[in-house]
Design a protein around this ligand. Structure first.
Ligand code: AMP
Length: 447
Protein backbone atom coordinates (compact mmCIF):
# COMPACT_ATOMS: atom_id res chain seq x y z
CA UNK A 1 0.00 0.00 0.00
CA UNK A 2 1.25 3.50 -0.84
CA UNK A 3 1.72 5.93 2.03
CA UNK A 4 1.99 9.69 1.89
CA UNK A 5 5.67 9.22 2.83
CA UNK A 6 6.19 7.32 -0.44
CA UNK A 7 4.95 10.23 -2.55
CA UNK A 8 8.04 12.41 -2.19
CA UNK A 9 6.36 15.15 -0.17
CA UNK A 10 8.25 17.58 2.07
CA UNK A 11 8.05 17.20 5.84
CA UNK A 12 5.76 20.19 6.60
CA UNK A 13 3.27 18.81 4.10
CA UNK A 14 3.39 15.30 5.58
CA UNK A 15 2.86 16.82 8.99
CA UNK A 16 -0.18 18.79 7.79
CA UNK A 17 -1.70 15.77 6.05
CA UNK A 18 -1.23 13.79 9.23
CA UNK A 19 -2.81 16.56 11.29
CA UNK A 20 -5.77 16.56 8.87
CA UNK A 21 -6.24 12.92 9.81
CA UNK A 22 -5.43 11.42 6.41
CA UNK A 23 -3.81 8.02 6.78
CA UNK A 24 -3.39 6.81 3.20
CA UNK A 25 -3.59 8.62 -0.14
CA UNK A 26 -6.74 8.12 -2.18
CA UNK A 27 -6.22 6.51 -5.62
CA UNK A 28 -6.21 9.85 -7.43
CA UNK A 29 -3.67 11.21 -4.94
CA UNK A 30 -1.51 8.11 -5.22
CA UNK A 31 -1.26 8.50 -8.99
CA UNK A 32 -1.48 12.23 -9.59
CA UNK A 33 0.89 13.49 -6.87
CA UNK A 34 4.01 11.68 -8.18
CA UNK A 35 3.16 12.65 -11.78
CA UNK A 36 2.90 16.35 -10.90
CA UNK A 37 6.00 16.10 -8.69
CA UNK A 38 7.83 14.70 -11.72
CA UNK A 39 6.88 17.81 -13.69
CA UNK A 40 4.53 16.05 -16.11
CA UNK A 41 1.40 17.49 -17.66
CA UNK A 42 -1.52 15.53 -16.25
CA UNK A 43 -5.13 14.91 -17.22
CA UNK A 44 -6.98 13.57 -14.19
CA UNK A 45 -10.49 12.19 -14.52
CA UNK A 46 -12.01 12.43 -11.08
CA UNK A 47 -15.03 13.88 -9.39
CA UNK A 48 -15.32 15.69 -6.08
CA UNK A 49 -15.21 13.38 -3.09
CA UNK A 50 -12.24 11.42 -4.44
CA UNK A 51 -9.65 13.63 -2.73
CA UNK A 52 -8.71 15.41 -5.95
CA UNK A 53 -8.07 18.78 -4.29
CA UNK A 54 -5.12 17.45 -2.30
CA UNK A 55 -3.90 15.61 -5.41
CA UNK A 56 -2.91 18.91 -7.01
CA UNK A 57 -2.51 21.16 -3.95
CA UNK A 58 0.08 18.94 -2.25
CA UNK A 59 2.50 18.89 -5.22
CA UNK A 60 2.12 22.66 -5.67
CA UNK A 61 3.04 23.13 -2.01
CA UNK A 62 5.85 20.64 -2.43
CA UNK A 63 7.33 22.74 -5.19
CA UNK A 64 7.02 25.86 -3.05
CA UNK A 65 8.70 24.05 -0.14
CA UNK A 66 11.54 22.84 -2.37
CA UNK A 67 12.32 25.96 -4.38
CA UNK A 68 11.85 29.08 -2.32
CA UNK A 69 12.57 31.71 -4.91
CA UNK A 70 11.73 35.36 -5.04
CA UNK A 71 8.23 36.21 -6.22
CA UNK A 72 8.03 39.34 -8.32
CA UNK A 73 5.31 41.94 -7.72
CA UNK A 74 1.98 41.20 -9.43
CA UNK A 75 2.99 37.65 -10.33
CA UNK A 76 2.04 34.20 -9.04
CA UNK A 77 3.93 30.92 -9.05
CA UNK A 78 0.94 28.65 -9.51
CA UNK A 79 -2.58 29.22 -10.79
CA UNK A 80 -5.65 27.16 -9.98
CA UNK A 81 -8.69 27.83 -12.17
CA UNK A 82 -12.13 26.74 -10.99
CA UNK A 83 -15.63 27.21 -12.39
CA UNK A 84 -17.34 28.53 -9.25
CA UNK A 85 -16.65 30.84 -6.37
CA UNK A 86 -17.63 28.18 -3.88
CA UNK A 87 -15.16 25.71 -5.29
CA UNK A 88 -12.44 28.39 -5.29
CA UNK A 89 -13.18 29.04 -1.63
CA UNK A 90 -13.08 25.35 -0.87
CA UNK A 91 -9.72 24.89 -2.60
CA UNK A 92 -8.35 27.90 -0.70
CA UNK A 93 -9.43 26.21 2.53
CA UNK A 94 -7.65 23.05 1.39
CA UNK A 95 -4.48 25.06 0.74
CA UNK A 96 -4.76 26.54 4.22
CA UNK A 97 -5.10 23.08 5.78
CA UNK A 98 -2.26 21.52 3.83
CA UNK A 99 0.10 24.48 4.33
CA UNK A 100 -0.45 24.77 8.10
CA UNK A 101 3.29 24.34 8.65
CA UNK A 102 4.44 26.55 5.78
CA UNK A 103 4.16 30.17 4.85
CA UNK A 104 2.14 30.38 1.67
CA UNK A 105 0.18 33.24 0.12
CA UNK A 106 -2.88 32.08 -1.82
CA UNK A 107 -5.55 34.72 -2.46
CA UNK A 108 -8.90 33.85 -4.02
CA UNK A 109 -9.71 35.89 -7.13
CA UNK A 110 -13.42 35.52 -7.90
CA UNK A 111 -16.25 37.67 -9.19
CA UNK A 112 -19.25 38.88 -7.24
CA UNK A 113 -17.13 40.71 -4.65
CA UNK A 114 -15.02 43.86 -4.72
CA UNK A 115 -11.78 43.47 -6.66
CA UNK A 116 -9.89 45.98 -4.49
CA UNK A 117 -8.71 43.54 -1.80
CA UNK A 118 -7.81 41.07 -4.55
CA UNK A 119 -5.67 43.64 -6.35
CA UNK A 120 -4.00 44.52 -3.06
CA UNK A 121 -3.36 40.86 -2.27
CA UNK A 122 -1.60 40.36 -5.62
CA UNK A 123 0.46 43.55 -5.50
CA UNK A 124 3.52 42.02 -3.84
CA UNK A 125 3.31 38.78 -5.77
CA UNK A 126 1.84 35.54 -4.43
CA UNK A 127 2.62 31.83 -4.34
CA UNK A 128 -0.74 30.57 -5.60
CA UNK A 129 -3.84 32.20 -7.06
CA UNK A 130 -7.16 30.37 -6.90
CA UNK A 131 -9.40 32.03 -9.46
CA UNK A 132 -12.51 31.89 -11.56
CA UNK A 133 -11.58 32.71 -15.18
CA UNK A 134 -13.65 35.89 -15.66
CA UNK A 135 -12.35 37.84 -12.69
CA UNK A 136 -8.79 36.72 -13.33
CA UNK A 137 -8.98 38.12 -16.86
CA UNK A 138 -10.37 41.39 -15.46
CA UNK A 139 -7.35 41.65 -13.17
CA UNK A 140 -4.94 40.82 -15.96
CA UNK A 141 -6.52 43.48 -18.15
CA UNK A 142 -6.33 45.98 -15.27
CA UNK A 143 -2.61 45.18 -15.01
CA UNK A 144 -3.06 44.00 -11.44
CA UNK A 145 -1.57 40.57 -12.15
CA UNK A 146 0.54 38.99 -14.88
CA UNK A 147 1.08 35.33 -15.57
CA UNK A 148 4.54 35.34 -17.14
CA UNK A 149 6.08 33.85 -14.00
CA UNK A 150 3.41 31.17 -13.52
CA UNK A 151 4.94 27.78 -14.19
CA UNK A 152 2.15 25.57 -12.86
CA UNK A 153 -1.49 25.84 -13.88
CA UNK A 154 -4.36 23.64 -12.76
CA UNK A 155 -7.78 23.72 -14.42
CA UNK A 156 -10.14 22.07 -11.93
CA UNK A 157 -13.58 20.79 -12.96
CA UNK A 158 -12.68 21.64 -16.53
CA UNK A 159 -15.88 20.11 -17.89
CA UNK A 160 -18.00 22.43 -15.81
CA UNK A 161 -15.91 25.39 -16.92
CA UNK A 162 -16.76 24.39 -20.52
CA UNK A 163 -20.46 24.05 -19.63
CA UNK A 164 -20.39 27.53 -18.16
CA UNK A 165 -18.92 29.01 -21.33
CA UNK A 166 -15.46 29.70 -19.95
CA UNK A 167 -13.61 28.17 -22.90
CA UNK A 168 -12.65 31.50 -24.56
CA UNK A 169 -11.48 32.88 -21.20
CA UNK A 170 -9.43 29.77 -20.49
CA UNK A 171 -7.81 29.93 -23.91
CA UNK A 172 -6.87 33.58 -23.28
CA UNK A 173 -5.42 32.69 -19.89
CA UNK A 174 -3.43 29.78 -21.31
CA UNK A 175 -1.97 32.10 -23.93
CA UNK A 176 -0.86 34.53 -21.23
CA UNK A 177 1.13 31.80 -19.47
CA UNK A 178 4.77 30.97 -20.25
CA UNK A 179 5.16 28.32 -22.97
CA UNK A 180 7.36 26.25 -20.70
CA UNK A 181 5.09 25.37 -17.84
CA UNK A 182 3.26 22.46 -16.26
CA UNK A 183 -0.44 22.09 -17.03
CA UNK A 184 -2.85 19.88 -15.08
CA UNK A 185 -6.43 19.40 -16.15
CA UNK A 186 -8.96 17.79 -13.84
CA UNK A 187 -12.39 16.89 -15.01
CA UNK A 188 -15.22 14.54 -14.10
CA UNK A 189 -15.89 13.82 -17.78
CA UNK A 190 -13.85 14.10 -20.97
CA UNK A 191 -16.00 15.81 -23.61
CA UNK A 192 -14.41 16.66 -26.99
CA UNK A 193 -13.95 20.33 -26.04
CA UNK A 194 -11.63 19.31 -23.24
CA UNK A 195 -9.74 16.93 -25.50
CA UNK A 196 -9.09 19.81 -27.89
CA UNK A 197 -8.07 22.09 -25.02
CA UNK A 198 -5.61 19.43 -23.88
CA UNK A 199 -4.30 19.01 -27.42
CA UNK A 200 -3.70 22.74 -27.81
CA UNK A 201 -2.25 23.52 -24.41
CA UNK A 202 -0.65 20.41 -22.95
CA UNK A 203 2.55 18.57 -23.66
CA UNK A 204 2.33 14.77 -23.76
CA UNK A 205 -0.12 14.61 -20.85
CA UNK A 206 -0.25 11.56 -18.60
CA UNK A 207 -3.87 10.43 -18.21
CA UNK A 208 -5.05 9.20 -14.84
CA UNK A 209 -8.61 8.15 -14.15
CA UNK A 210 -10.53 7.09 -11.06
CA UNK A 211 -14.17 6.34 -10.27
CA UNK A 212 -15.77 7.54 -13.51
CA UNK A 213 -18.39 10.22 -13.07
CA UNK A 214 -20.90 8.03 -14.84
CA UNK A 215 -21.07 5.86 -11.74
CA UNK A 216 -22.70 7.22 -8.62
CA UNK A 217 -21.08 5.95 -5.44
CA UNK A 218 -22.89 2.92 -4.10
CA UNK A 219 -23.48 4.26 -0.59
CA UNK A 220 -26.27 6.35 -2.11
CA UNK A 221 -29.70 4.72 -2.11
CA UNK A 222 -31.38 5.99 -5.24
CA UNK A 223 -35.12 6.14 -5.81
CA UNK A 224 -37.14 7.61 -8.63
CA UNK A 225 -40.77 8.53 -8.05
CA UNK A 226 -43.20 9.10 -10.88
CA UNK A 227 -44.88 12.34 -9.88
CA UNK A 228 -47.03 14.65 -11.99
CA UNK A 229 -45.64 18.16 -12.18
CA UNK A 230 -48.51 19.63 -10.18
CA UNK A 231 -48.05 17.09 -7.39
CA UNK A 232 -44.33 17.60 -6.88
CA UNK A 233 -44.57 20.19 -4.12
CA UNK A 234 -46.83 18.01 -2.00
CA UNK A 235 -44.54 15.03 -2.60
CA UNK A 236 -41.57 17.10 -1.48
CA UNK A 237 -43.31 18.17 1.72
CA UNK A 238 -44.05 14.54 2.46
CA UNK A 239 -40.36 13.65 2.17
CA UNK A 240 -39.26 16.60 4.27
CA UNK A 241 -41.72 15.71 7.03
CA UNK A 242 -39.87 12.42 7.64
CA UNK A 243 -37.90 12.63 10.88
CA UNK A 244 -34.89 10.89 9.29
CA UNK A 245 -34.42 13.73 6.85
CA UNK A 246 -31.85 16.10 8.26
CA UNK A 247 -29.90 18.19 5.77
CA UNK A 248 -31.40 18.15 2.29
CA UNK A 249 -30.31 19.62 -1.00
CA UNK A 250 -33.24 20.03 -3.41
CA UNK A 251 -32.37 20.52 -7.07
CA UNK A 252 -34.32 22.47 -9.64
CA UNK A 253 -33.38 23.10 -13.27
CA UNK A 254 -33.75 26.88 -13.20
CA UNK A 255 -32.72 29.72 -10.90
CA UNK A 256 -36.23 31.10 -10.97
CA UNK A 257 -37.60 27.69 -10.03
CA UNK A 258 -35.13 27.47 -7.13
CA UNK A 259 -36.22 30.85 -5.79
CA UNK A 260 -39.90 30.00 -6.09
CA UNK A 261 -39.50 26.65 -4.41
CA UNK A 262 -37.47 28.10 -1.52
CA UNK A 263 -40.22 30.68 -0.89
CA UNK A 264 -42.88 27.96 -1.06
CA UNK A 265 -41.02 25.75 1.42
CA UNK A 266 -40.51 28.67 3.78
CA UNK A 267 -44.24 29.39 3.74
CA UNK A 268 -45.01 25.72 4.29
CA UNK A 269 -42.95 25.77 7.50
CA UNK A 270 -39.71 24.34 6.08
CA UNK A 271 -37.16 27.18 6.10
CA UNK A 272 -35.05 26.91 2.97
CA UNK A 273 -32.43 28.95 1.16
CA UNK A 274 -31.89 29.13 -2.59
CA UNK A 275 -28.38 28.99 -4.00
CA UNK A 276 -27.60 29.65 -7.65
CA UNK A 277 -25.58 31.78 -10.03
CA UNK A 278 -27.77 34.89 -9.71
CA UNK A 279 -27.09 35.20 -5.99
CA UNK A 280 -24.25 37.47 -4.94
CA UNK A 281 -21.09 35.90 -3.60
CA UNK A 282 -21.85 36.99 -0.05
CA UNK A 283 -25.42 35.63 -0.27
CA UNK A 284 -24.11 32.29 -1.47
CA UNK A 285 -21.50 32.14 1.24
CA UNK A 286 -24.04 33.05 3.90
CA UNK A 287 -26.47 30.39 2.69
CA UNK A 288 -23.77 27.72 2.58
CA UNK A 289 -22.52 28.69 6.04
CA UNK A 290 -26.04 28.52 7.45
CA UNK A 291 -26.60 25.12 5.83
CA UNK A 292 -23.22 23.82 6.94
CA UNK A 293 -23.91 24.88 10.53
CA UNK A 294 -27.34 23.24 10.41
CA UNK A 295 -29.22 26.50 10.97
CA UNK A 296 -31.02 26.00 7.67
CA UNK A 297 -31.82 22.40 6.87
CA UNK A 298 -32.83 22.80 3.24
CA UNK A 299 -30.87 24.21 0.37
CA UNK A 300 -32.58 24.63 -3.00
CA UNK A 301 -29.89 24.61 -5.66
CA UNK A 302 -29.30 24.64 -9.40
CA UNK A 303 -26.65 22.56 -11.14
CA UNK A 304 -24.11 25.34 -11.25
CA UNK A 305 -24.07 25.39 -7.46
CA UNK A 306 -23.96 21.61 -7.11
CA UNK A 307 -20.27 20.97 -7.31
CA UNK A 308 -19.40 23.63 -4.78
CA UNK A 309 -21.44 22.03 -2.04
CA UNK A 310 -18.99 19.92 -0.08
CA UNK A 311 -20.81 19.36 3.20
CA UNK A 312 -20.28 16.09 5.00
CA UNK A 313 -23.67 15.48 6.64
CA UNK A 314 -26.19 15.97 3.83
CA UNK A 315 -28.66 13.12 4.43
CA UNK A 316 -30.85 13.58 1.34
CA UNK A 317 -30.74 14.91 -2.17
CA UNK A 318 -34.07 15.48 -3.86
CA UNK A 319 -34.20 16.06 -7.59
CA UNK A 320 -37.37 18.12 -7.74
CA UNK A 321 -36.72 18.26 -11.46
CA UNK A 322 -34.43 15.88 -13.30
CA UNK A 323 -31.40 17.47 -14.93
CA UNK A 324 -31.41 17.68 -18.72
CA UNK A 325 -27.73 16.66 -18.80
CA UNK A 326 -27.28 13.12 -17.46
CA UNK A 327 -23.85 13.77 -15.91
CA UNK A 328 -25.42 16.43 -13.68
CA UNK A 329 -27.47 13.71 -12.01
CA UNK A 330 -24.28 12.04 -10.79
CA UNK A 331 -22.90 15.33 -9.52
CA UNK A 332 -26.15 16.28 -7.85
CA UNK A 333 -26.62 13.08 -5.90
CA UNK A 334 -22.92 13.14 -5.01
CA UNK A 335 -23.77 15.95 -2.55
CA UNK A 336 -24.84 13.21 -0.15
CA UNK A 337 -22.95 10.14 1.12
CA UNK A 338 -19.81 12.18 1.63
CA UNK A 339 -16.95 11.46 4.01
CA UNK A 340 -17.87 7.78 4.27
CA UNK A 341 -21.52 8.28 5.22
CA UNK A 342 -24.59 6.83 3.56
CA UNK A 343 -27.06 8.98 1.68
CA UNK A 344 -30.45 8.95 0.02
CA UNK A 345 -31.28 10.41 -3.37
CA UNK A 346 -34.92 10.75 -4.41
CA UNK A 347 -35.79 11.98 -7.88
CA UNK A 348 -39.16 13.11 -9.10
CA UNK A 349 -39.93 12.27 -12.69
CA UNK A 350 -42.97 13.69 -14.43
CA UNK A 351 -44.02 12.39 -17.87
CA UNK A 352 -42.15 15.17 -19.67
CA UNK A 353 -38.91 14.08 -17.98
CA UNK A 354 -38.90 10.43 -19.08
CA UNK A 355 -36.31 11.14 -21.77
CA UNK A 356 -33.96 12.65 -19.16
CA UNK A 357 -34.45 9.62 -16.96
CA UNK A 358 -33.56 7.29 -19.80
CA UNK A 359 -30.39 9.28 -20.47
CA UNK A 360 -29.46 8.98 -16.80
CA UNK A 361 -30.14 5.25 -16.76
CA UNK A 362 -28.02 4.83 -19.85
CA UNK A 363 -25.13 6.84 -18.40
CA UNK A 364 -25.12 5.16 -15.02
CA UNK A 365 -25.99 1.70 -16.31
CA UNK A 366 -28.58 1.46 -13.54
CA UNK A 367 -32.31 1.00 -13.84
CA UNK A 368 -33.93 3.53 -11.60
CA UNK A 369 -37.59 2.89 -12.36
CA UNK A 370 -38.89 -0.67 -12.07
CA UNK A 371 -39.99 -1.91 -15.48
CA UNK A 372 -37.92 0.59 -17.43
CA UNK A 373 -36.55 -0.65 -20.78
CA UNK A 374 -33.06 -1.00 -19.31
CA UNK A 375 -34.26 -3.24 -16.54
CA UNK A 376 -36.44 -5.36 -18.83
CA UNK A 377 -33.54 -5.83 -21.16
CA UNK A 378 -31.17 -6.65 -18.32
CA UNK A 379 -33.48 -9.40 -17.12
CA UNK A 380 -33.68 -10.91 -20.58
CA UNK A 381 -30.00 -11.00 -21.28
CA UNK A 382 -27.06 -10.15 -19.05
CA UNK A 383 -24.89 -7.35 -20.40
CA UNK A 384 -21.92 -8.85 -22.20
CA UNK A 385 -18.49 -7.56 -21.31
CA UNK A 386 -16.21 -5.97 -23.89
CA UNK A 387 -16.76 -3.13 -26.28
CA UNK A 388 -18.50 -4.89 -29.15
CA UNK A 389 -21.04 -6.38 -26.79
CA UNK A 390 -21.64 -3.01 -25.29
CA UNK A 391 -22.31 -1.49 -28.69
CA UNK A 392 -24.80 -4.21 -29.57
CA UNK A 393 -26.46 -3.79 -26.25
CA UNK A 394 -26.91 -0.08 -26.59
CA UNK A 395 -28.18 -0.48 -30.17
CA UNK A 396 -30.76 -2.96 -28.94
CA UNK A 397 -31.65 -0.61 -26.14
CA UNK A 398 -32.15 2.26 -28.54
CA UNK A 399 -34.34 0.06 -30.72
CA UNK A 400 -36.39 -1.10 -27.74
CA UNK A 401 -36.91 2.48 -26.67
CA UNK A 402 -37.78 3.61 -30.17
CA UNK A 403 -40.31 0.80 -30.52
CA UNK A 404 -41.77 1.61 -27.18
CA UNK A 405 -42.18 5.24 -28.14
CA UNK A 406 -43.22 4.38 -31.68
CA UNK A 407 -40.58 6.66 -33.15
CA UNK A 408 -37.03 6.65 -34.46
CA UNK A 409 -34.10 6.45 -32.04
CA UNK A 410 -33.08 9.71 -30.40
CA UNK A 411 -30.67 11.90 -32.31
CA UNK A 412 -28.52 13.14 -29.43
CA UNK A 413 -25.47 11.97 -31.30
CA UNK A 414 -22.96 14.27 -29.74
CA UNK A 415 -23.77 13.15 -26.24
CA UNK A 416 -23.82 9.50 -27.27
CA UNK A 417 -20.42 9.77 -28.86
CA UNK A 418 -19.16 11.42 -25.75
CA UNK A 419 -20.54 8.63 -23.62
CA UNK A 420 -19.12 5.98 -25.91
CA UNK A 421 -15.64 7.34 -25.37
CA UNK A 422 -15.97 6.89 -21.62
CA UNK A 423 -14.31 3.63 -20.85
CA UNK A 424 -15.35 1.83 -17.69
CA UNK A 425 -12.37 0.94 -15.59
CA UNK A 426 -11.29 -2.61 -15.22
CA UNK A 427 -12.18 -3.84 -11.77
CA UNK A 428 -12.33 -0.38 -10.24
CA UNK A 429 -14.98 -0.12 -7.55
CA UNK A 430 -17.51 2.48 -8.60
CA UNK A 431 -17.65 4.26 -5.32
CA UNK A 432 -16.00 7.15 -3.63
CA UNK A 433 -13.56 7.91 -0.93
CA UNK A 434 -14.11 5.32 1.78
CA UNK A 435 -14.06 2.25 -0.43
CA UNK A 436 -11.32 3.49 -2.68
CA UNK A 437 -9.16 4.56 0.25
CA UNK A 438 -8.39 1.01 1.21
CA UNK A 439 -7.88 -0.27 -2.32
CA UNK A 440 -4.69 -0.04 -4.26
CA UNK A 441 -5.57 -1.44 -7.64
CA UNK A 442 -3.76 -0.04 -10.64
CA UNK A 443 -5.76 2.56 -12.53
CA UNK A 444 -6.36 2.32 -16.22
CA UNK A 445 -5.78 5.36 -18.36
CA UNK A 446 -8.72 7.55 -19.16
CA UNK A 447 -10.68 6.95 -22.31
P1 AMP B 1 -12.20 16.39 -2.56
O1 AMP B 1 -12.48 15.31 -3.54
O2 AMP B 1 -10.88 17.03 -2.76
O3 AMP B 1 -13.36 17.37 -2.50
O4 AMP B 1 -12.11 15.69 -1.09
C1 AMP B 1 -13.21 15.10 -0.48
C2 AMP B 1 -13.04 14.94 1.00
O5 AMP B 1 -12.08 13.91 1.29
C3 AMP B 1 -12.56 16.18 1.73
O6 AMP B 1 -13.38 16.34 2.87
C4 AMP B 1 -11.13 15.87 2.13
O7 AMP B 1 -10.78 16.49 3.34
C5 AMP B 1 -11.15 14.35 2.27
N1 AMP B 1 -9.85 13.71 1.93
C6 AMP B 1 -9.02 14.02 0.92
N2 AMP B 1 -7.97 13.19 0.90
C7 AMP B 1 -8.10 12.31 1.91
C8 AMP B 1 -7.34 11.21 2.40
N3 AMP B 1 -6.21 10.83 1.81
N4 AMP B 1 -7.81 10.55 3.47
C9 AMP B 1 -8.98 10.92 4.05
N5 AMP B 1 -9.74 11.94 3.66
C10 AMP B 1 -9.33 12.64 2.58
Amino acid sequence: MTNFQDLGLADPILKAVNTAGYRTPTPIQRDVIPAINAGKDVIGIAQTGTGKTASFVLPILNKIAGTRKKIWPKTCGALILTPTRELAQQIAEGIKTYSTFMKVSAPVIVGGVSSKPQIKACARGVDIIVATPGRLLDLIEADAIRLDQTFQVIADEADQMMDMGFLPAIRKIMQALPKKRQTVLLSATMPPKIRSLAKDFMYKPTEISVAPASKPIDRITQTVKRVEKAAKKAALLEILSDKDVSKTVVFTRTKHGANKLAVYLDKAGYPALAIHGNKSQSQREKSLASFRAGKTKILVATDIAARGIDIDDVSHVVNFELPNVAESYVHRIGRTARAGRNGIAISFCDPSEMEYLRDIEKLTGQSLLPGSPRETQKRRKPRPSGNSGKKKNSAALRKARANQKGKQPSKHKARKNQQKTRKPEGGMPNDGLMRTLGKSKPQSAAA
